[in-house]
Write a protein that binds this ligand. Structure first.
Ligand code: NAP
Length: 501
């Protein structure tokens, strides 16, 4: 189905409506916001099979994966709604007055308030969980912000079904006009106009480095710069420590063959670089991983653009000095692929530590079922590799306790570059819970202090305000002496639900 790009005038109308809605919605109670989010979850469920079948036809993702992704999206909406109401994220704090202090200490009370209209750009590889009603949308609604979603052109129809579900929930919950808008634009002009519009107060983005950095730059070039929370690609390095590799080379190879090819490698947490020290165990690992990759069938990628970029980036990596092909899939695709050009061929390459250190091309994400094994000559070179890596969403150590105790410098170097530090597991699979960190030092994301998964992500779309010397009846409920909402607050440096006496 063809969708027409929004004009500058249409974008202006949408943003004006969002701005008007903001001044109504920001006064809505946490309970009202939570009820709206839960209503969206119900509407998503009500979309039934039509939503799943449309997403299947637009993304080539299998039915089971999309059903799971819808369940995850619903879980996000419901769990962030509960967190919204519980209000821990507000960071409510109260310091009562001490009039006889010299000079007198005033009464000060602080909490988070919403930023304003948020523009959301979703990713093609998560048409539901990181798109129209995904994590950014759930967290911005919880924070009290209206949302403008730019539909991802690779799944515009799926996005439209979800947008209608949100609008239907908005109507049931008597939300103000402009609380949510769905904007189309296949070119970058629409994205730029949305980020640059004076009523836009924040941006949530999930996608490529190129896209995220561009939006971040636009956000910063405005007369009034705004935060652009961009979650971008990552190579998610995996360090194979000597004692662990000696004990379990074959087992690790099997585990990683699955992780590298999961979802045709189309996850931002895909393990793109695996680093080990030259040894017999590393040879076993390379051999066994290669064999497993040969046996893994290729499958259709999300869309032509992603498949073409995968082939181009993989071929470019394989052409670099001292890079060698270990193995490619030799198994025919299980499903007849109507467009052979869409296939993502599972591939493993290898290079020395020195080749990696000399060549920044090898540090870049190849989005798809590809991974390069870096063979270091010794632990010192492995440390050098770790210190030369850019910021990452995740880093993984495959290690015994001795490996960790004996290699403090390496462990610290790896910890320093990532948002999630994994031991003896795979980086693919991101649990949605409060303690998750999905973000990392640049270029994994544009602000390593925040993440896009878990209810803490609500804080991205809010700012602190301190009320000084306000009488109790004029304060927001969250900060009133009697604590009518029964929330946790830090009162005179103590975390409590008690009323202020
Ligand atoms: P993408 O090409 O960056 O697209 C994401 C969205 O941004 C689309 O709506 C796209 O619009 C827009 N966009 C991209 N470049 C732009 C630009 N220069 N100006 C304005 N808008 C722009 O990413 P994708 O192909 O959907 O997803 C794959 C990438 O996302 C991979 O690199 C993956 O690692 C990353 N990813 C990251 C996470 C995470 O949580 N960190 C999660 C999933 C995926 P158009 O389509 O109109 O270009």
């Amino acid at each position: 189905m063809a969708y027409t790009d929004f004009s500058v005038e249409e974008i202006d109308t949408v943003m004006q409506d969002a701005w008007n809605a903001f001044h109504v919605y920001r006064k809505f109670s946490l309970k009202q916001r939570a009820a709206f989010m839960k209503a969206i979850a119900v509407e998503l469920e009500n979309c039934g099979d039509a939503l799943i079948h449309t997403a299947m036809s637009e993304t080539n993702l299998p039915e089971a994966r999309l059903r799971g992704e819808r369940a995850r999206t619903i879980f996000q909406l419901n769990s962030y709604a509960e967190a919204c109401e519980k209000a821990d994220w507000l960071g409510a704090g109260i310091d009562t007055a001490i009039p006889d202090k010299v000079p007198p200490k005033p009464d000060i009370r602080k909490m988070l308030v919403p930023l304003g209209p948020v523009v959301v750009f979703g990713a093609s590889n998560f048409p539901l969980a990181y798109s129209t009603a995904g994590g950014d949308t759930a967290s911005a609604f919880a924070a009290g912000c209206p949302i403008i979603v730019k539909a991802h052109p690779a799944h515009a129809q799926t996005s439209e079904i979800v947008a209608n579900a949100i609008l239907s929930a908005a109507s049931t919950c008597n939300m103000p006009k402009g609380i949510f808008a769905h904007v189309y634009g296949a070119g970058f002009e629409v994205g730029k106009a949305l980020v640059m519009h004076p009523h836009t107060k924040a941006v949530g983005f999930t996608g490529s480095y190129t896209g995220g950095k561009q939006l971040f730059d636009w956000g910063n070039q405005r007369k009034d710069p705004i935060p652009v929370f961009a979650e971008m690609g990552s190579v998610n390095p995996v360090f194979l420590m000597p004692e662990k590799l000696d004990a379990a080379a074959t087992e690790i190879a099997t585990m990683y063959a699955g992780s590298i090819t999961l979802g045709v490698g189309q996850f931002c947490t895909n393990p793109g670089i695996i680093i080990g020290v030259e040894s017999k165990a590393l040879q076993t690992f390379v051999h066994d991983l290669g064999k497993a990759i040969q046996k893994t069938a290729p499958a259709a990628m999300l869309h032509n653009g992603i498949a073409t970029a995968y082939k181009k980036n993989k071929d470019s990596a394989l052409l670099q000095d001292d890079v060698h092909l270990v193995a490619e899939s030799e198994t025919p695709s299980a499903v007849e692929n109507p467009d052979g050009g869409l296939s993502g061929l599972p591939t493993i390459a290898t290079a020395t530590g020195q080749a990696f250190l000399n060549n920044p091309v090898l540090h870049q994400e190849v989005f798809g079922p590809y991974s390069i094994i870096i063979r270091c000559k010794d632990m010192q070179e492995m440390i050098e590799v770790a210190k030369n890596l850019e910021g990452q969403l995740t880093s993984t150590l495959m290690a015994t306790e001795n490996d960790i105790k004996d290699n403090d410098e390496l462990v610290e170097a790896v910890k320093n570059i990532c948002g999630r530090f994994i031991l003896n597991s795979v980086p693919t699979g991101v649990e949605v819970c409060l303690s998750m960190q999905h973000g990392g030092p640049f270029p994994a994301s544009t602000d390593a202090r925040f993440g896009s998964v878990g209810a803490d992500s609500i804080k991205r779309f809010a700012r602190p305000i301190a009320f000084q010397n306000w009488s109790n009846n004029l304060l927001p409920d969250e900060l009133k002496d009697e604590n009518p909402l029964g929330i946790w607050r830090t009162v005179n440096n103590e975390l409590t639900k008690a009323a202020v006496l």
